[in-house]
Ligand binder design. Structure first.
Ligand code: PMP
Length: 361
């Protein structure tokens, strides 16, 4: 059996050594007499797995000590529904900078509890660029400013952390967490669904400054309260133990591979390889995102003639390259090239794209 190079946007490809280790440990974990997924989350075995995953993630991302790291359920979307509830007073504005589909989702999820103000919106330009900071209409009394660090569908990525003064930044890093070094002290919250760069779907990581956890927010049950989750070390209810364990293996793999500095270099190389093919194709392939904000993680592209799309996908699959179909909202193609995608996989795709153009151009 051979594994293809899998360009899925998420759930996404996982490092092969991690899958192999999980397979080896599946029936029985380290002499425990059972697999890790069959043991109590409060037993010594899983407590060790959970603690190691947290300390490895803190090391990997250089998380400052005054930030809590929470391992949650419900995906990134559920977190988007909880920010205004946890961090804003009733009626207090919450600001959103919308640079793609997921920024729009964040606004929708916030609206029932927050006075959501869209401070900047890139939709009129087709989500091809990030509105200049000078054009953002921020609320002086906002509870926070939310933005999407990397728009997974539209392929638009912030290359700098925006300066919004004293108002805390809440940032969706679902599709770019751990892809390069990041100064977490500049944020109130960063959050990410695990299923792209961190591990399997079913786990969401939230890194939050202690000062924000102390906010009163609005009335909410404990299960929707970040402070309660922090006080119970993310075990307020039964956590997704297998997902947490598997993400922990991915964190160890990333540290062993040289950490975020090493991945930053590889990710820049991989993205440049694909944009070079697209830009050098004379219009056979096209990516419409402004060059300075093109995503390093998700490369959407279109063939000049959509009638070729089906053949492109069939032939790519035959060449061992899968999951290249673009999101239904955009059409076309998309290559997601997270940390676990090796340079060889991207090289194989670049070669295939050039070859396909030669044959069909
Ligand atoms: N934000 C971003 C940037 C995403 O890419 C996604 C999922 N693709 C989401 C939010 C939604 O995540 P989930 O499905 O985990 O709720």
């Amino acid at each position: 059996m051979t594994r293809a190079y899998n360009f899925s946007a998420g759930p996404a490809t996982l490092p092969e050594p991690v899958l192999q280790q999980a397979r080896e440990e599946l029936l029985e974990w380290h002499g425990a007499g059972a697999s890790i997924v069959e043991l109590s989350h409060r037993g010594p075995e899983f407590m060790q797995v959970a603690a190691e995953a947290e300390s490895d993630l803190r090391k990997l991302l250089s998380v400052p000590d005054d930030y809590a790291v929470l391992f949650l359920q419900g995906g990134a979307t559920t977190q988007q529904a909880l920010f205004a509830l946890n961090f804003a007073k009733a009626g207090q504005p919450v600001d959103y900078v919308v640079t793609g589909h997921w920024g729009k989702t964040a606004v929708k999820q916030a609206e029932p509890w927050g006075k959501a103000n869209v401070a900047a919106d890139a939709e009129p330009g087709g989500f091809h660029d990030i509105p200049a900071r000078s054009q953002w209409r921020l609320s002086p009394d906002a509870a926070y400013v939310h933005y999407t660090a990397n728009e997974t569908i539209h392929g638009v990525e912030f290359r700098d952390i925006p300066d919004v003064g004293a108002v805390p930044l809440v940032a969706d890093f679902s599709s770019s967490i751990a892809s390069e070094p990041l100064d977490i002290s500049k944020f109130g919250v960063i959050y990410a669904g695990a299923q792209k760069n961190l591990g399997p779907v079913g786990l969401t990581v939230l890194i939050v400054r202690a000062e924000l956890l102390a906010r009163t927010g609005q009335p909410r049950p404990p299960i929707l309260d970040y402070r309660a989750h922090a006080e119970h070390e993310s075990m307020l209810n039964t956590p997704p133990t297998f997902n947490w364990y598997l993400a922990g293996l991915v964190f160890k793999w990333m540290l062993a591979e040289g950490g975020v500095d090493a991945f930053a270099k590889l990710n820049a190389t991989k993205a440049a390889m694909l944009y070079e093919v697209i830009d050098g194709s004379g219009g056979f392939y096209r990516n419409e995102v402004a060059k300075p904000v093109r995503s390093r993680m998700n490369v959407p592209f279109f063939l000049h003639d959509p009638a070729l799309d089906a053949d492109f996908l069939v032939e790519a699959k035959a060449a061992g390259l899968i999951s290249l179909k673009g999101h239904r909202a955009l059409g076309g193609m998309r290559a997601s090239i997270y940390n676990a995608m090796p340079v060889e996989g991207v090289r194989a795709l670049a070669t295939f794209m050039r070859d396909f153009q030669k044959r069909r151009g």
